[in-house]
Design a protein around this ligand. Sequence first.
Ligand SMILES: [Zn+2]
Length: 226
Amino acid sequence: MEQKVNVRVLLDKVKNKVVFVEAGGDFVDILLSFLTLPMAKIIRLINTCHDGPPLGKLGSLCNLYQSLLNIDPVHLSGDQCKDMLITPRNQSEVMCKKLKINIDNAEQLSYFLCRGCCSGLSTKKDTMCSCGDLMNKKIEVKEDSDITAGEYEGVFVTASASFLVTDDLCIRENSVRASVDILSKLGIKDIKKIDSLSRSFGLKEISPCIYWELYHVKPCLLSATT
Ligand SMILES: [Zn+2]
């Protein structure tokens, strides 16, 4: 069954704009996990879930990525170079597997040992070792099969913490003062103009958050299921 994360969305009824989201550690952990993603992975995710105009400065990085795809393999130092750059592994992969929703749903990590010197180790098969041999001896690594079962314990923040997240992805501890600060910054004086809605997030709604601020869209929050 798909994991969902529940949040409370405060909405400016007049402007139909998200004021902030009141969320627990589970939601904030997912947002913070974006910081663990390698750049090429971010570009791939954006290309997958974004079909609008180029994303400002990030557009150049998308060009860089596309250029790599177009480079003839004869100009690369090794057969694995392209694959290594296109699908880099996340250093925090093991931690991210504990998230309720893992945006970087990579396949299980494999390790390959050098057949020659037996000290070179790579996560990509057939990478050239410094000794000149290929690293292609697969090592079996036992993974914790039921890592997401049981009660959520928190990954980067504690599960019981409560936060306010604004639509530009600023995260603050939940307090009356923080709420008042955000409301006054937005010039909202009349609380009656604010609606409070319960929203449930799945992978589909979370994914666009990765270009949330860049593209100035918040449809994921407004359209998430109740
Ligand atoms: Zn070697």
